[in-house]
Design a protein. Structure first.
Length: 131
């Protein structure tokens, strides 16, 4: 196993969560998170990818919780696909930060409604060496 591959797993996980394929109910997961961040004033969501715990729960209410649960279940499979022994991962945290000061109201664009929802996703994985 090559430890340097862990960095690409973190990158791939974050990209997957931000993907337009991460769609539940009737909207993108990040759209739900951004709208809740604006209404609650809580701009950061933290997910423990090993235990599935989420803080704050207000940002991860249904249907976001379903998408997070699916991604948490997928995490060990992602590690295995990259030939990483899950036992070497001691901590894995995903932080989703919404810049609520830069969010814009949805505007009509042809038959769609668009809005600016600046979001930063960071996945931090700590291995058994403490790296």
């Amino acid at each position: 196993m090559k430890y340097k591959v862990i960095k690409s797993v973190a990158h791939n996980f974050a990209d997957s969560f931000a993907s337009t394929l991460n769609y539940v109910a009737d909207d993108y997961v990040l759209s739900y998170v951004a709208r809740r961040a604006i209404t609650t004033g809580q701009a950061e969501l933290k997910v423990d990818l090993l235990s599935g715990s989420v803080v704050p729960s207000a940002l991860a209410a249904s249907p976001v919780d379903q998408a997070i649960a699916q991604r948490v279940c997928w995490f060990p499979k992602l590690l295995a696909s990259q030939r990483i022994d899950a036992a070497v991962v001691k901590e894995a945290i995903m932080c989703v930060r919404v810049d609520t000061s830069r969010c814009s109201e949805p505007k009509p664009y042809y038959n769609y409604r668009t809005a600016e929802l600046p979001v930063e996703i960071q996945v931090i994985i700590t291995d058994d060496r403490g790296v």
